[in-house]
Design a protein around this ligand. Structure first.
Ligand SMILES: *Cc1c(COP(=O)(O)O)cnc(C)c1O
Length: 361
């Protein structure tokens, strides 16, 4: 066999990885990219200048390993989150995906299971099975909400080692009341992860699970700088939990996992949080207007507390997705069949989306 003929199937990979497909939101170069829930507003020249200065400073020390515990960054993140948190209760990694993987490595693994309520974030089952943990798919109501009693019953039935709750949920935009999270925490025999990647976009009065931390030592709340903070390229995710949970994560994290440059970039972003989070209000308004516009077109639209909107229903959603792409607008074919998800962009980008939709409809 020549090297060119070798395929994945010829390799001695783990049996539980055979036949799987990797995560793959298309990265297509089109004028309007509304498919991966990024924040459309780039950092300001002032932020870029300060970041360049910090990178210059850090570059002079790149012969040395970074601060292994990212202590200063974790203290900054704790200060941002509030709720009486400090560095001992906050952990950071390269995107919240790495944070989630570390949680699975510490609390999941072979012979263990994790449960999530679908449709939800596709990376939860991918990271779960990637760590040889069994995935259990729970269900949501028709409007994508979670019935607290049914959710608790599912947890009691399966007794998973980890429960994933996503609030606001991706791809539906649905936020969870604290009551539902508390019910699941009472029922869960293991860890409960509340993925709050979109917390900053939630509508007024939507509480964060951070307020439940003092009374629930097995609760982990994950966040990211990829969405509201407009720093997806930095790769910085973080979590808040009991200090004992952080100690567990230290057992599985790779040493020096957060580079000097990543730590510096994240700290600069946190110093500029007023500017970066200043885009959130505009995106929320644009989101609410998008929901209204789509409903005005007679479409079904899920209520959203995030920076994207799930809408449908299209018996041929692929044709709609392609029709938009032909008009230079990339959205996401994700979630339940017949639904599509559009990330909220700038006012101009959303006007282009609406014009393309008019063309397709
Ligand atoms: C986008 C997203 C993340 C963020 O992942 P990063 O690795 O931090 O970029 C996490 N959870 C959910 C539900 C998401 O949609």
């Amino acid at each position: 066999m020549t090297p060119g003929e070798l395929t994945l199937d010829d390799l001695p990979i783990r049996d539980d990885l055979r036949g799987r497909t990797p995560y793959g939101a298309p990265q297509i170069d089109v004028p309007v990219r509304l498919n991966t829930n990024e924040n459309p507003y780039p950092p300001s020249p002032e932020l870029v200048a300060e970041l360049a200065e910090e990178v210059r400073r850090g570059a002079g020390e790149l012969n040395r390993y970074p601060d292994r515990d990212a202590s200063a960054l974790r203290a900054d993140l704790a200060a941002y989150l509030g709720h009486g948190l400090d560095a001992s209760r906050v952990w950071a990694a390269n995107g919240s995906n790495e944070v989630l993987q570390q949680i699975l490595q510490a609390f999941g693994g072979y012979g263990r299971s994790a449960l999530g309520f679908e449709p939800s974030y596709s990376m939860h089952p991918i990271i779960t099975t990637g760590t040889s943990t069994e995935w259990i798919g729970g269900v949501r109501e028709d409007d994508f909400s979670l019935d607290p009693a049914k959710a608790a019953a599912a947890v009691e039935e399966h007794r998973p080692d980890i429960v994933f709750l996503t609030s606001p949920n991706n791809p539906t935009g649905t936020a969870l009341p604290l009551e539902t999270i508390a019910r699941v925490l009472e029922a869960a025999p293991g860890m409960v992860v509340v993925d709050e990647a979109y917390a900053e976009f939630a509508r007024e009065g939507t509480p964060s699970a951070l307020s439940l931390l003092p009374s629930h030592p097995r609760l982990i709340v994950t966040r990211t700088m990829s969405k509201a903070f407009a720093m997806a390229g930095t790769r910085l995710g973080y979590l808040a939990a009991h200090p004992a949970v952080i100690e567990a994560l230290l057992l599985v994290r790779l040493p020096y996992h957060l580079s000097t440059l990543t730590q510096a970039a994240a700290r600069v972003a946190l110093r500029h949080r007023v500017e970066l989070l200043g885009t959130v209000d505009a995106l929320r308004r644009e989101r609410d207007a998008t929901v209204e516009w789509l409903r005005g077109k007679g479409l079904t639209v899920a209520d959203s507390d995030a920076n994207f909107v799930l809408f449908g229903r299209f018996p041929e959603r692929r044709a709609v997705w392609e029709g938009l792409l032909e008009r230079g607008v990339l959205i996401r074919e994700v979630g339940p069949p017949e639904w599509l998800r559009v990330s909220i962009g700038t006012g101009e980008e959303m006007a282009a989306f609406r014009a393309a939709m008019e063309g397709v409809l």
